[in-house]
Ligand binder design. Sequence first.
Ligand SMILES: Cc1cc2nc3c(=O)[nH]c(=O)nc-3n(C[C@H](O)[C@H](O)[C@H](O)COP(=O)(O)OP(=O)(O)OC[C@H]3O[C@@H](n4cnc5c(N)ncnc54)[C@H](O)[C@@H]3O)c2cc1C
Length: 464
Amino acid sequence: MAGLDPRHLADLEAIVGARGLRHGNVTETLEPGIHPANLDADVVLLPASSGEVAAIVGYCAQHQIPIVPHGGRTGLAGGAVSSPGQVVVETTRMSDIVEIDPHAGTAVVEAGMTLGAIDEAIAAHGLSVGIDLAARDSATIGGMVSTNAGGIEAFRNGVTRQRVLGLEVVLPDGRVLDDLKLVSKANEGYDIKQLVIGGEGTLGIVTKVALSLVPRPGAKATALVSVGNAADAVRLFCRFRHHPGGLLLASEIMWSGYARAVAEANDLSGLLSFESDPAALFDIIDVADDETGSGQAFLEEVLGEAAEAGEIRDALIAKNDQERDRIWLIREDSWAIDRAKPDGFWYDVSVPHHALDRYAADVFARIAALGAGFEVFMMGHLGDGNMHLTITAGKPLPDHYDAVCDAVYEGLAAIGGSFSAEHGIGLEKRAALVDHGSTVKLDMMRAVKAALDPQNIMNPGKII
Ligand SMILES: Cc1cc2nc3c(=O)[nH]c(=O)nc-3n(C[C@H](O)[C@H](O)[C@H](O)COP(=O)(O)OP(=O)(O)OC[C@H]3O[C@@H](n4cnc5c(N)ncnc54)[C@H](O)[C@@H]3O)c2cc1C
């Protein structure tokens, strides 16, 4: 496909100014992010205001130029992939707090602010976004809204959708949907912003977000716990979740192969040496002080009860912040798997708690039965059953992709799970959406897309 007509480049530059346009070898000054093809359009517009975004989209609508919205480019489903002839609209210059109301616990922020920057700005008010993910310092709130990001605290505070009170969105025809509510109750007919949340940039560009914040947790205490199986890990999660005297912040499960491979890659195998059984699973538990007590005492008390009940095998309680960070690195450096064994397939599924142990055993068995040298590396957000799997033989085996997908997705719908938990559909899971999604729902998505973006210029080819 040909690149953008120079006449359009000049007109778009007139909207954003020289500072707001990059074109020609853009990867010399911008990082493509997770997907190598994110910047293939080779034209990146960096608007500084909602007005500039509206002017860009209005111009592109008039000239049928396809647009790919970008935030921090940390998305894992290929939703930000672009191609020549398209323009990327990146929001990272729109990165200011518009207002904070500490008493109401709300904030309005521009879409290009990173999660980390928002969190820093509201910390002084004793507030938190209530969402946490490892890409916190790059992922933007606009990207998180558009992917309906979940992360570590979703079991407690919901996914991004539950934190959004209102949105400002530039629609595919350049009009601005101003729905920046600061209240949770607003039944005004169809809640159109809910379509934009999780819409992966296919229905408009999010320019501002009104957030409902949560109280910032107190001091944290962390344990790395070993368990015999996923069912015991779920029992431990429920014990912490419902136990008085503290606040459970995170419960992240790692199967043995994942934990031991990432620990080894980071020279942290010593942290796992308290557990001698090579098949044991690991669970990272974060708790915090609450008004009724100290996190450390809560952690020790609940772990003691769990040990007596036979739910856990052993535990290592972090002695200080450095040890806590080292424990968390084992969970968060999932790229260690890709570095050691490249060319794997990634999955992001949701499994109801009651079925997790059985599901995991079945996936390991089905993959082994394929007999192509695949290994399964599995971990995830235990609180909501969201599991991430890397299935790799350390070399490209594209002919096996369909069989591996079948092995991972089999039975999920029947047990009430999902083939696509928190990363979205993007490009990577379009086939899975057709194969494993609801046909009726897909028809409705196509109808919504056609109604809101009849020219198909907003992130075309993504999701559907
Ligand atoms: C190390 C790591 C850990 C991660 N952990 C988690 C996790 O725990 N939970 C989780 O849910 N995700 C996780 N992710 C995935 C990723 O961080 C999220 O999907 C995040 O929400 C993407 O934000 P972004 O700003 O980088 O968006 P991008 O990658 O730039 O874009 C993602 C999608 O959103 C669209 N988009 C971006 N900005 C806008 C906008 N302003 N308006 C409209 N559309 C827009 C894009 O077109 C694209 O479809 C992780 C990623 C990494 C690299």
